[in-house]
Design a protein around this ligand. Sequence first.
Ligand SMILES: CC(C)(COP(=O)(O)OP(=O)(O)OC[C@H]1O[C@@H](n2cnc3c(N)ncnc32)[C@H](O)[C@@H]1OP(=O)(O)O)[C@@H](O)C(=O)NCCC(=O)NCCS
Length: 175
Amino acid sequence: MSAPHEVQELAAPGERDITGLADVLIDCVEGGASVSFMLPLARDHALTFWRKVASEAQAGRRVLLVARDAYGICGTVQLILDLPDNQPHRADVAKMLVHRRARRQGLGAALMRAAEAAARARGRNLLVLDTVTDSDASRLYERQGWVRVGDIPRYALWPHGGYVATTYFYRDLSA
Ligand SMILES: CC(C)(COP(=O)(O)OP(=O)(O)OC[C@H]1O[C@@H](n2cnc3c(N)ncnc32)[C@H](O)[C@@H]1OP(=O)(O)O)[C@@H](O)C(=O)NCCC(=O)NCCS
């Protein structure tokens, strides 16, 4: 299965990129994804989130990866590099989001491969993430070699309310 989408790094995201990223986030939350935000997700709230991410990316504290289709940005993932001094070999993976129009074509897998390559290129060889237990995302990560650490019940809320468990995963790229 190969993705038709090219994944690129946005080192200096502009307003148009931020708008496209907000569209993807809003689509995912409206589709029921538990990714930090509640419904209704106001556009301004989403834009504020992505402006912060953009400034972190510009400062080199995060890597922001995106894929585009004919309608604009359709998928994204981040590597958080800004970690404590004693974890220079590590990064967190966050906000893996694929717009519903672009799902089930291998884009999530392509974004993760690109995130892992970006981590390796920066000497980060231990990655950590968490995601909704037994979700589309957890299947994706297990398929790509991520190791399941364990589940935490009642970790977060669904966008409409109600507790949801999270699963922590790691990926050791040092081998
Ligand atoms: C999780 C998520 C990122 C996956 O994105 P995606 O682009 O659909 O991922 P992929 O296409 O690589 O894989 C998804 C499924 O499509 C299948 N698939 C991939 N390419 C395919 C193709 N060409 N034809 C048919 N099926 C395909 C995969 O095998 C996988 O199947 P599964 O659901 O049975 O496990 C996406 O569902 C999403 O954004 N969800 C909401 C946000 C979210 O929860 N993010 C996780 C935060 S940690």
